[in-house]
Design a protein around this ligand. Sequence first.
Ligand code: HEM
Length: 521
Amino acid sequence: MALMILPFIGALSVSEGLIALVTVCLVYLTLKHFRREIPEGLRRLPGPTPLPIIGNFLELGSKPYLSLTEMSKRFGDVFQIQLGMRPVVILSGYETVKQALTKQGDDFAGRPDLYSFRFINDGKSLAFSTDKAGVWRARRKLAYSALRSFSSLEGKLPEYSCVLEEHICKETEHLIKELHNVMTAEGKFDPFRYIVVSVANVICGMCFGRRYDHHNQELLSLVNLAEDFVQVTGSGNPADFIPALQFLPNKSMKKFVNLNNRFNNFVQKIVSEHYSTFDKDNIRDITDSLIDHCEDRKLDENSNIQMSDEKIVGIVNDLFGAGFDTISTALSWAVMYLVAYPEVEERLYEEIKEKVGLDRTPVMSDRSNLPLLESFILELFRHSSYLPFTIPHCSTKDTSLNGYFIPKDTCVFVNQWQINHDPELWKDPSMFIPDRFLSADGTEVNKQEGEKVLIFGLGRRRCIGEVIARNEVFLFLAIIIQKLHFYKLPGEPVDMTPEYGLTMKHKRCYLGVAMRAKDVQ
Ligand code: HEM
């Protein structure tokens, strides 16, 4: 972290540096002097002592979810760190997080005004903006109902139960062909490179009614930008907390602004095409349905919430963005775990062979019949915890938690990684054991255990794509495990170390894949 901050300081002249330093120290001391009184009966939040200017940044290190988990052992489930000028409350422990996000959900449902968030979807993001509660709720409701109705819509072909199933089955077919071609040509493949296009096509189908070829350069360059996006949006980005850094040359922020512009332009172009071909009697996809809402102003008959068309149609930007990176990262991790644990891969294949057979492709309704696969997915979410923190929250009023006072507008990080690795909740938390979620006779998933895995957040801000995501991860995996066998290549390291960000990726690598016997003609 020091290395990230020092180059910015080095860019100043000596006198500018001194003035900046004295100003920041004065502001720091003034803030310290006027820090809020604690209401009677409540306690001041514990936490590590901050340094002037940078606060506790150095202690976060390159893996904040680990350092904050360590700190929670010293300070408890609710403690405070100082990031630059800003106090940040860290929540750990399943019961504490549940209390804050569900039982006191309204108190913690806000988003902080972070510098980087202002560039996402032009500052109009549903997930990242500081929309007032009424506007955020109305947009969330609209997004949720559009997503639900377009995923459960009847498919064009009778063999599919819904449009989501149809998109996934078709995309896995394309994916399998692509993997076969690349293996024949190169003898290896990069899992993320291919999975991300397939997953992007599923959400593109629902949002925009179109799909892209695996070699479409426009889509490829866009989805590959996701890595730069998640690095800046990971909790603890220095430019969000040390205002001086916003005015100094900052390569990663420049890249971030640029990628958001490209992403917005990509979506805007498609939205404009939708406006010009819009037909009220033929609502083709989510974009059309949002345009229709604007036309009718039928957002919510009982409310007077006024919103620009941009804010309504802009929802599609959030759905597309959230819908491809999160799921492709899950599937890419899944393939890594299959390769790292070949005996689990074989058991999963045997389960599918026995319960579904090899003569038909798995479908969504097979989900309840494949408990080992369901447990594998839960363990993959738990063990990788690839969304180590939720998106940062913010207190919407003065409140308290576990007896500690938390003032209004305090930024809050929720450490999902800590909960998923808490030895109080999990036996051998660092081991990858899918069977931990199976009933004693192995025929059912233990639902109570499954609910302890935290990856979609909880309460008011809980992910609105959760149902779709769980179905999509299940069906993609069931189909590819039935048809493909993944393996490590000699001399190609399989490095499972996560790279920190909003969603944590594994290092890009090459693997081998072969068709299962029945599909080899
Ligand atoms: C495995 C896949 C996914 C995971 C792990 C995931 C996880 C999350 C998490 C942790 C949050 C933040 C919760 C919080 O701040 O407390 C979130 C929010 C959100 N997710 Fe997902 N998500 C996934 C898939 C999706 C999909 C497929 C969509 C939509 C197509 C989606 C749309 C959203 C939206 C719009 C929000 C913002 C909600 C709000 O701020 O009110 N997500 N998700």
